[in-house]
Design a protein around this ligand. Structure first.
Ligand SMILES: *Cc1c(COP(=O)(O)O)cnc(C)c1O
Length: 391
């Protein structure tokens, strides 16, 4: 098939929910993707932070294929040693107590929202159900996670949305205090707003949120769907803020390219979700768990994390001397670039024509390269970006 044929069939047979870049990807290795005509791209996207070990990493392929040949799915009516291994590893890495395995970021967030509401209901009864999220946040595409998402553009068409969310301006402590009413049961935030424009929260704001949560027995829940699994230079981003959340959600990079999500809670919440209160058919799928086991064993070592941070600094330094770059922000290998000409969308589209896959977030360019990207691939990708920005 040619690119034009694929494009035509996409128009004809698929719902038009995506604005796509003008290429079709058919294979890849490391941080290099191959298009349908055999053309090569350096990939600074990892499929939006998913392929954390790049395309078709040898260890990852082995883990997934061996598992596919052993057992591809069992229902959650049976015990699974892979589910328990992944859950144990997540608890060890976070110091938390219990895990629910699911298939996506939105699902992990749905679980967090249910935990918050039930914890509060069990302890305080009805009327304490409000969850504070942030303006410009992104928490997913289900009707409830859209309601949790603090952006008006997402609150259209699909009425009625789930009630019980209010939105605090990020880094505005007085706004947080004024919205922290007695009906609040949880604060649910990203520490670096991803889709919202690679915007890190201030230490002061996070400290204020954590303080109020402790004082009022309100759950502190961190959406680590994008920031987690070593993306920001620590296994989870909350470590860098010196806080201990009650709940964290993880997905995107967790399976290195297969769908898996996790909602992880602390000991205070261990018994909130009882038999029959939550469940999933696919969640904790053995192939997904085999992939997550491989990913977690690889990306969480001290040496690996040092490399992530070094590469992040290397990229930031090079970017800061490029034309059209006004500001570089983010943490680790989650990097946002504010351009002088405010032309991120055009730059991203032109990069594809020149052999580089790159993301945008709001009006920023966004880089989420594979965590194990080589320096050669970094240099090659950055030289394309520099060329496009100089035009
Ligand atoms: C991508 C993302 C989600 C949604 O994840 P899906 O797997 O697409 O459901 C939720 N929260 C954050 C912070 C994200 O970046």
């Amino acid at each position: 098939m040619t690119f034009e044929e694929i494009k035509n069939d996409e128009q004809k047979y698929m719902m038009h929910t995506y604005g796509r870049f003008q290429t079709a990807i058919v294979s890849g290795k490391g941080a290099t993707a191959v298009g349908v005509s055999g053309e090569k791209y350096i990939d600074f996207t990892s499929g939006i932070g998913v392929n954390c070990l790049g395309y078709c990493d040898d260890g990852w392929v082995k883990a997934v294929t061996l598992q596919a040949a052993a057992v591809q799915h069992i229902s959650n009516l049976y015990y699974s040693p892979l589910q328990t291994e992944v859950s144990k590893k997540l608890c060890e890495l976070t110091g938390m107590d219990k895990v629910f395995l699911c298939n996506s970021g939105a699902e992990a967030n749905e679980c967090a929202i249910k935990i918050a509401r039930k914890y509060s209901f069990d302890k305080y009864g009805q009327g304490r159900q409000k969850i504070l999220t942030l303006v410009n946040s992104f928490h997913g595409r289900t009707v409830t996670t859209l309601a949790a998402t603090g952006q008006d553009v997402f609150h259209n068409y699909f009425f009625p949305f789930t009630e019980g969310f209010d939105y605090v301006t990020a880094n505005d402590v007085s706004d947080l205090e004024s919205k922290f009413t007695d009906d609040v049961c949880a604060v649910f935030i990203e520490l670096v707003q991803g889709e919202g424009g690679v915007m890190p929260l201030s230490q002061e704001f996070v400290d204020a949120a954590a303080g109020l949560c402790t004082e009022k027995d309100v759950l502190l829940m961190i959406d680590e769907v994008q920031t987690g699994v070593s993306r920001t230079g620590t296994v989870y981003c909350y470590e860098q803020y010196g806080i201990q959340p009650d709940v964290i959600t993880s997905a995107k990079g967790l399976g290195g390219g297969v769908p898996i999500g996790a909602c992880i809670c602390n000991a205070k919440l261990s018994d909130v979700m009882t038999a029959g209160t939550h469940g999933t058919t696919f969640g904790g799928n053995p192939i997904a768990c085999a992939a997550a086991k491989e990913v977690l064993s690889r990306v969480t070592t001290k040496e690996f994390l040092e490399e992530v941070n070094k590469k992040g600094e290397y990229i930031r330094k090079k970017l800061s001397s490029m034309p059209d770059v006004r500001e570089v922000r983010g943490k680790g290998l989650m990097i946002g670039i504010v351009t002088e000409k405010d032309d991120a969308k055009e730059v991203a589209a032109k990069c594809v024509e020149n052999g580089l896959l790159i993301l945008t977030a709001k009006n920023l360019l966004r880089l989420l390269p594979p965590l194990n990207i080589s320096y050669e691939e970094i240099d090659e990708g950055l030289s394309v970006l520099e060329k496009v920005m100089s035009d």
